[in-house]
Write a protein that binds this ligand. Structure first.
Ligand SMILES: Cc1cc2nc3c(=O)[nH]c(=O)nc-3n(C[C@H](O)[C@H](O)[C@H](O)COP(=O)(O)O)c2cc1C
Length: 210
């Protein structure tokens, strides 16, 4: 059951490398009290397990997050949707979802969003964000990138999406992969319109985390 005063945000996890960025983002959204409408594609499920282990299977994500990030993830709530359910709440513009992030976003899903295909719930929910002029944050991951992929990035940006490539910075002197994930999750929360303290703000003097 979600608290009606809590912001509702959609989060899609697709089959691009960078599952750590996705789970850190989910944990941060839950810690700020959000209700998260979660969709994990078939290859997103595979990447969660391949990169983070069996404990990070989509159905077990909340206990995984609790053990990794602590009890503060209990402040929020999650609804896990089937990517095949085009009748889910977030498939409609009438649902009060304030924004959506696709973390990480495969080139395949980005191409579908760029061309408005709406074949799956991830694609449809993203299309809804664009048509309703709500925040859609796309975190693509691929390297190097082909010309069609680069053109699809431009199409998404022209349609109103915020393109936020999985490119963590190093000025905060990260020591662990979790430091890099904190940075990406902070960027994503900021793009969705949330305050956060996931990484230190640039002071002009160099930055040391801690
Ligand atoms: C281990 C693994 C890593 C992958 N990494 C990427 C990646 O970084 N970027 C990408 O665009 N596709 C990547 N792929 C390919 C996508 O998973 C594949 O195109 C898939 O069809 C994407 O489907 P989805 O967007 O519905 O999740 C990877 C696949 C596997 C198995």
């Amino acid at each position: 059951m979600s608290d009606s005063s809590a912001p509702t945000v959609a989060l899609a996890i697709t089959g691009a490398s960078g599952a750590l960025f996705a789970v850190r983002t989910l944990a941060a959204l839950l810690a700020n009290g959000s209700h998260v409408e979660l969709i994990v594609t078939d290859y997103g499920r595979r990447l969660l397990r391949d990169e983070l282990g069996e404990d990070a299977a989509a159905e077990r994500l909340v206990p995984f997050l609790r053990s990794k990030y602590g009890d503060e993830v209990e402040r929020g709530t999650v609804t896990l949707h089937s990517n095949r359910d085009l009748g889910a709440t977030i498939a409609s513009g009438s649902h009060g979802c304030i924004g959506m992030a696709i973390v990480p976003c495969s080139m395949k899903t980005m191409a579908a969003v760029a061309h408005g295909l709406s074949r799956s719930l991830v694609e449809r929910a993203a299309d809804v964000m664009l048509k309703e002029r709500r925040r859609l944050v796309i975190v693509p991951r691929e390297t190097p990138m082909s010309l069609p992929q680069l053109k699809n990035m431009v199409l998404c940006a022209e349609a109103g999406a915020i393109m936020l490539p999985a490119m963590p910075a190093f000025y905060q002197m990260p020591k662990t992969l979790d430091d890099l994930a904190d940075f990406m999750a902070g960027k994503i929360l900021g793009a969705l319109g949330f305050e956060h303290d996931l990484y230190p703000k640039w002071t002009g003097q160099g930055g040391v985390k801690g």
